[in-house]
Design a protein around this ligand. Structure first.
Ligand SMILES: Cc1cc2nc3c(=O)[nH]c(=O)nc-3n(C[C@H](O)[C@H](O)[C@H](O)COP(=O)(O)OP(=O)(O)OC[C@H]3O[C@@H](n4cnc5c(N)ncnc54)[C@H](O)[C@@H]3O)c2cc1C
Length: 371
């Protein structure tokens, strides 16, 4: 029987970043991936690193989002040094626009809460917005969030996979893990097809599918998929410098002229088929916001599945079963939360304690709920 020091189930951005961090400790690590690594939500995402735009006043996730953002520049730089792949980490910031006073008031609650914590957020007039982004249609106003950044998640994912391979992480591809094996109290491996693979530590990073991995006698991870549509519009020149967001749509410009247009939030089970209605709605909102996009070529459109827990927070840390860990449920912020998740999980697995307080995110909040 094959055996490893740790098995990571799911080769998305969360699984690969944890495998990479564990490989620093010269552990023998396998990533079990039922398809090809990095081709699900981590590929579908827009790459916004947006603690401020995503924050609700009082959010318990905000400290982790901020801590992860602080790690990003060096995370991307290290990956580039190792692999030569520039994942286009960008710091121009985000423009969060409102269409009327009611929307402004709604945004202000989170803005004020963040300002009290020392986060820089500046309000912009119609003229300021025009100066910052001349291609935007006139708009009553907005907020400039300079501390929200972005990365090209597909490039980052490619770098992460290469880095894992160079560090000796073994990818076992093409067949999914079915179940976590244990003796009642302690993990001893996973079953993949007809085979068992032994390991004293197993981390479930199977994204929206985390709940399909059975743990005999225990409750599965309570994760559901939340579908999001996206479109990539190609332009001869980048029409925007900043990420631009309204409550209807966001536009994420890449350096090569592509603009990512997203996204919807749909309860559609595991259906990833792109549908005409949501795509048309996003295109209309994008053109309304930035009229020049009417001329863009449609480069690509797709839908992906965000992994979501019932309370919308990640599920991170050890379970009640010794040796079984979860790192899933990153929902709308998994790209942002990647460096801190890798740091928390790897330090916990290696030293027995977390490098960051994550009480509200622990799996135990769901473990007592009956099956
Ligand atoms: C449209 C959209 C836009 C988004 N935009 C952003 C954004 O701008 N910023 C941000 O921070 N986040 C964003 N997100 C969220 C982010 O993409 C996710 O939170 C993140 O990618 C989750 O990563 P993951 O590794 O947990 O999941 P995934 O990337 O889905 O990886 C899970 C992996 O597990 C594999 N798997 C499943 N079952 C098994 C099994 N039984 N055995 C083995 N392997 C298995 C899958 O094949 C997959 O490769 C967006 C998501 C979507 C859908």
């Amino acid at each position: 029987m094959q055996s490893y020091d740790a098995i990571v189930v799911g080769g998305g951005i969360i699984g690969c970043s944890i495998a990479r961090a564990l490989s620093d400790a010269t552990l023998k690590i396998a990533v079990i991936e039922r398809g090809a690594p990095g081709e699900e939500a981590s590929w579908a995402a827009a790459g916004m690193l947006a603690p401020s735009a995503e924050a609700q006043a009082g959010s318990v996730l905000f400290p982790a989002c901020r801590a992860s953002l602080k790690l990003y520049e060096s995370f991307a730089a290290e990956l580039q040094a190792e692999t030569g792949i520039d994942s286009q980490y960008r710091t121009e910031g985000t423009l969060l626009l409102y269409e009327n006073e009611h929307e402004r008031e709604t945004m202000l609650e989170s803005v004020e809460w963040q300002r009290q914590q020392g986060i820089l957020i500046r309000e912009l007039s119609t003229q300021d917005l025009h100066n910052a982004e001349p291609q935007l249609a006139p708009c009553p106003g907005g907020f400039y969030l300079p501390e929200d950044h972005q990365v090209d998640n597909r490039l980052l994912m490619r770098a992460l996979i290469q880095s894992c391979e160079r560090r000796g992480v073994r990818f076992q591809l093409g067949e999914g893990a079915r179940a976590v094996q244990h003796n009642g109290t302690t993990v001893n491996g996973v079953s993949v097809g007809a085979d068992n693979i032994a390991a004293p530590r197993v981390v479930n990073t199977a994204g929206a599918w985390a709940g399909a991995i059975s743990v005999p006698g225990r409750r599965s991870a309570p994760i559901r998929p939340v579908k999001g549509h996206m479109i990539a519009l190609a332009n001869p020149q980048p029409p925007l410098r900043h990420v631009v967001r309204t409550h209807r749509v966001y536009l994420v410009p890449r350096r090569n002229g592509l603009v990512m247009v997203g996204s919807t939030m749909e309860e559609a089970g595991f259906d990833k088929t792109p549908r005409a209605g949501p795509i048309a709605k996003l295109l209309r909102a994008a053109q309304h916001l930035c009229p020049i996009l009417e001329q863009s070529a449609i480069s690509e459109f797709w839908a992906g599945l965000r992994p979501a827990a019932p309370d919308g927070l990640p599920v991170l840390g050890p379970s009640a079963l010794d040796g079984y860990w979860l790192a899933t449920g990153h929902f709308r912020n998994g790209i942002l939360l990647t460096p801190i998740t890798a740091q928390i999980l790897s330090s916990w697995l290696l030293t027995g304690s977390s490098s960051f307080a994550v009480d509200a995110l622990l799996p135990r909040r769901f473990e007592n709920i009956s099956k």
